[in-house]
Design a protein around this ligand. Structure first.
Ligand code: MG
Length: 342
């Protein structure tokens, strides 16, 4: 019989950052363990403060799962249906259970998840390396810290976007993409900035406009010289249809859609519309990010540098070689627990 246990925890940022309401030095998560006979599957629910859901709502979801004698972890499909039926929402909790079930299945069958999905680990992309907003000297410091990661992700949407790009170009000739997090509020201004970014070597733009600006999104996609990737505009599979004409691709995150199975379904649907695929993460440890990494042979881009920003990661899993995602031969989601979570 499958038994669940869970542990609320705080991940500490290596570099605490400023937000409107003060400093953000740590981020809440809940780790879950599913035990079946002598095997343990690991999962993680990440709960950034700007999304709904707390450690309490996740714990309450877990406490409502009553696994039955007949449930077998190798039969992930009916199990995930069973678990998702508990609550309409609570996607981080669903994602945690989904990855723990996939981890269990992989360990039972002694195969990494990417092999269960028939994916070739040679096809992983590089991850982007995130450069957050900040004072020029902080931006320069972060660019230096990016080491041999070849693709930077620059956060824009503030008042000094062109200045930030000038600083970047003074410092490095690395490729970069841009995440605006809905920060540009006029389509003409957005288009002007996108042309400027293209001239400076940007490869794509994530979520330029507010998700509510639907007509402006259609206009922008028609005129944009760079691919536009939806993040805040897409949560789950039903959103793809709605945004397919205003974006060139989507950023899929396990915490948004509820897990690996749902992410695979989203990839298939999005490809059917000719959309590009990016796999991203929230502030997560190597547990959640290594699960997401299993799907990256199917992605054009990945934004999975989350564990690099955490100082108390209880797991080891995803690795990088000059930024390229390296998937291990370890079964399941490919992680080992190296310390007890806080
Ligand atoms: Mg984003």
């Amino acid at each position: 019989m499958i038994k669940a246990s869970w542990h609320p925890s705080l991940l500490r940022f290596k570099h605490p950052f400023r937000i409107a309401s003060g400093m953000r030095a740590e981020t809440p998560v809940v780790f879950v363990e599913l035990q079946y006979e002598h095997i343990t599957g690991f999962g993680e629910a990440a709960l950034p403060p700007y999304l709904k859901g707390t450690q309490e709502t996740v714990a309450s979801f877990f406490s409502r799962i009553a696994f039955k004698e007949t449930h077998h972890p190798a039969e992930t499909e009916p199990l995930i249906e069973f678990v998702n039926g508990i609550d309409e929402n609570n996607y981080p909790a669903k994602a945690a259970i989904d990855m723990a079930l996939h981890d269990l299945k992989g360990k039972l069958l002694k195969k990494p998840c990417y092999e269960l999905f028939n994916l070739d680990k040679k096809n992983t992309p590089v991850t982007t390396y995130t450069i957050g907003m900040g004072e020029p000297k902080e931006i320069i410091k972060k660019i230096k810290e990016s080491g041999d990661f070849p693709l930077l992700k620059i956060k824009l949407g503030g008042k000094n976007d062109k200045e930030t790009i000038r600083i970047l170009r003074n410092e490095t000739d690395k490729s970069f993409c841009v995440d605006v997090n809905q920060g540009w509020n006029e389509k003409e201004l957005a288009l002007d900035l996108i042309f400027y970014l293209k001239e400076n070597g940007a490869v794509f733009i994530e979520q330029p406009l507010d998700k509510k600006m639907k007509d402006d999104g259609l206009w922008l996609k028609e005129k944009s010289p760079l691919p536009l990737i939806a993040d805040e505009s897409v949560q789950g599979i039903d959103d793809i249809e709605k945004i397919k004409d205003s974006f060139h691709g989507i950023n899929i995150k396990l915490m948004k859609c509820g897990g690996m199975r749902e992410a695979l379904r989203m990839i298939e649907k999005a490809r059917g519309y000719g959309l590009k695929i990016m796999i991203g993460c929230m502030s997560e440890s190597s547990c959640g990010v290594s699960a997401a990494a299993q799907l990256t042979p199917l992605a054009d881009w990945a934004d999975l540098d989350g564990p690099l920003l955490i100082s108390n990661d209880p797991f080891r899993g995803i690795e990088f070689e000059k930024g390229k995602i390296i998937l291990s031969q370890k079964p399941g989601i490919g992680i080992i627990k190296v310390s007890q979570p806080l």
